[in-house]
Design a protein around this ligand. Structure first.
Ligand SMILES: [Fe+2]
Ligand SMILES: [Fe+2]
Length: 312
């Protein structure tokens, strides 16, 4: 979007030059041409060549008229921080000690519906992906990043409508969505989606976003419980992924650079180390969502309990 605006302004400067060059007369023409040339030089000086690896225009040519200068951030070792989508203060060391086996036993009718809905979704997922866990992880993360955004958005709107605080839950759910998206940004470095997988993601997103949106409107208690169980399944999938890595069925390649920076992993970490920290993240999401559902189950709104902000 920015580059379109910038290019159109550049084109405007160019066309001014052409117009003045072809139709202007004498001193007035020269003065305008000089002014435009100066403006052009000013633009050239301001030109920021962006070279990064998380979404920037590698060829540069980006010009800012708005006084927004890129802030140069460095890592602890003094080298430049290359990720624009997250900054060093948003990174963390994963808590690998978290209990992976914790399970919410479904007792109420609603919990059982949530539990068996998730269990039944496992069947087509297993059939589609078989044991291709890299691909499976990448595809499922495209879905996993949706609930936090939907829940966060609905709580945001509720906070606006009611003139009240959210107790930190908006941020907590948006943090979860962002964390899941970082899982996707990581796995797409080791597994490339095929065209029909991209098409599937497109279709599934359309259905799942709307289904979850309606479910959250109807019953946040149910919606959070579903996500709690989805996270339990995610932990299981990543455990199977680790087993395949240990057996040598899946190559334990070096960890993507983005993962090393995001989870502050040692420089020579491997894919196995990445799956370990991602699995720990899923366990944290499981706790947050079951907790949120429990708050509703006790007849409260989420803001009644302090939100587990920064819970990794
Ligand atoms: Fe995830
Ligand atoms: Fe998750």
């Amino acid at each position: 979007m920015m580059s379109i605006v910038v290019n159109s302004k550049k084109a405007m400067v160019g066309s001014m030059l052409v117009r003045q060059g072809s139709g202007g007369v004498g001193g007035a023409r020269n003065a305008t041409t000089v002014a435009v040339a100066e403006a052009k030089e000013e633009l050239r000086k301001k030109e920021v060549v962006v070279s990064n690896s998380d979404g920037g225009n590698k060829n540069g040519g980006l010009v800012s008229y708005w006084g927004i200068e890129p802030v140069k951030v460095t890592k602890e070792d003094g080298t430049e921080w290359k990720w624009r989508s997250f900054r060093p203060w948003e990174t963390y060391k994963s808590n690998l000690e978290i209990d992976l086996k914790k399970h919410h036993v479904p007792t109420t009718f609603m919990d059982k519906v949530a539990y068996w809905s998730v269990k039944s979704l496992r069947i087509p997922t297993d059939i589609f992906f078989q044991r291709r866990y890299g691909c499976r992880a990448m595809m499922l993360e495209t879905v996993a990043a949706v609930p936090g955004m939907v829940g966060g958005m609905l709580l945001h709107l509720k906070s606006l409508r009611r003139f009240e605080h959210s107790g930190g839950w908006i941020k907590t759910l948006l943090e979860e969505a962002e964390n899941e998206r970082m899982h996707l940004m990581t796995f797409m470095e080791v597994a490339k989606p095929k065209w029909y997988e991209r098409a599937l993601v497109f279709a599934v997103q359309g259905v799942f976003f709307n289904a979850y949106f309606l479910a959250y409107l109807a019953s946040p208690k149910f919606a959070h419980r579903v996500v709690g169980y989805l996270e339990e399944e995610a932990i299981h999938s990543y455990t199977e992924f680790i087993k395949e890595l240990d057996k040598g069925v899946i190559a334990n390649v070096p960890a993507p650079a983005i993962a090393i920076d995001y989870w502050r992993l040692p420089a020579y970490s491997t894919l196995r180390d990445v799956v370990m920290v991602v699995r720990a993240d899923e366990a944290h999401h499981r706790d947050v969502n079951h907790f949120a559902s429990d708050i509703h189950f006790q007849g409260n709104e989420l803001k009644a309990a302090p939100a587990p902000l920064g819970y990794h």
